[in-house]
Design a protein around this ligand. Structure first.
Ligand code: GRF
Length: 206
C-alpha cells in the first residue's frame, strides 16, 4: 500500500477529501502522517478522528527555511511516505524536500494555473485578483511542486464560472468543491503510474 504524507496549515477540507476517497475505495493508499506547521488547526483534529498520526513542526522554531524543511523531510522519511500532498500548506519548502521526492510532491491551487499563481497568490488574494481581471472562468489546479512557486507540471484542473454577482467568498466556496473532486483523482493518477511527465506536460499513458 502506498503511503501519503499530507502537509497542512488550516482547516483541512482537502485532507478530508483524501480521507473520504480512501474510505470509499476511490483511492488505494493510506495516509501515513499529517504534518502541520501550526498547532491547534482543525486539519489535525480531522486526522486524529481518523486514527492518522499527526506531527506539528512549527516553522517559527527554526532559524531558516532550510532547517524547517529538513525537519519536515526527516518526518516524512520516518513515516516512510511515498507521495507528499500539500493541502492548504502555507509555507514554502526548500529544495531539500523537493529533491528528495522528485515528481512526488503535489499541491492544490485555487485558480487555473498558470494564471493567478506565484508569490502573494493565496487565499482570498487569488479570488480578488480573479474578479478584478474580469475573467469568466476560474477553478482549481493540482500540480507537481517544483522549486519555483505554482509553476510545476499540471496534473489536473477543474473549472467554475465567475458570475456577475460573485464575491471572493462565493468563488472560494465553488472552487473548494472542485478541489475536493480533483485532488484525490490527481493522487490516484500518480500513484497508479497512469501519467508520464514530459517537461511541463503531464500526459496520460496509453
Ligand atoms: C484551498 O483553497 C487550497 O487550494 C489552498 O488552500 C486551501 C486549503 O483549504 N492551497 P483546506 O485547508 O484544504 O480546507
Amino acid at each position: 500500500m502506498k503511503r501519503i504524507g499530507v502537509l497542512v496549515s488550516g482547516g483541512g477540507s482537502n485532507l478530508q477529501a483524501i480521507i473520504d476517497a480512501i474510505k470509499e475505495d476511490r483511492l488505494q493508499a493510506e495516509i501515513g502522517v499529517v504534518i502541520s506547521n501550526k498547532a491547534g488547526v482543525y486539519a489535525l483534529e480531522r486526522a486524529e478522528q481518523n486514527g492518522i498520526p499527526t506531527v506539528v513542526i512549527d516553522h517559527k522554531s527554526f532559524n531558516s527555511v532550510v532547517e524547517f524543511s529538513q525537519a519536515i523531510l526527516e518526518c516524512l522519511k520516518r513515516y516512510q511516505v511515498d507521495l507528499v500532498c500539500l493541502a492548504g500548506f502555507l509555507r514554502i519548502l526548500d529544495r531539500v524536500v523537493i529533491d528528495a521526492y522528485p515528481n512526488r510532491i503535489l499541491n492544490i491551487h485555487p485558480a487555473l494555473l498558470p494564471a493567478f499563481g506565484g508569490k502573494g497568490m493565496y487565499g482570498h488574494h487569488v479570488h480578488e485578483a480573479v474578479i478584478a481581471s474580469g475573467t469568466k472562468y476560474t477553478g482549481a489546479t493540482v500540480h507537481i511542486v517544483t522549486p519555483e512557486t505554482d509553476v510545476g507540471p499540471i496534473i489536473t484542473q477543474g473549472i467554475v464560472g465567475v458570475a456577475d454577482d460573485d464575491t471572493p467568498e462565493s468563488i472560494a466556496a465553488k472552487v473548494l468543491k472542485v478541489e475536493h473532486q480533483i485532488y484525490p483523482e490527481a493522487i490516484r493518477l500518480l500513484l497508479e503510474d497512469q501519467v508520464v511527465i514530459d517537461g511541463l506536460r503531464v500526459i496520460a499513458k496509453k
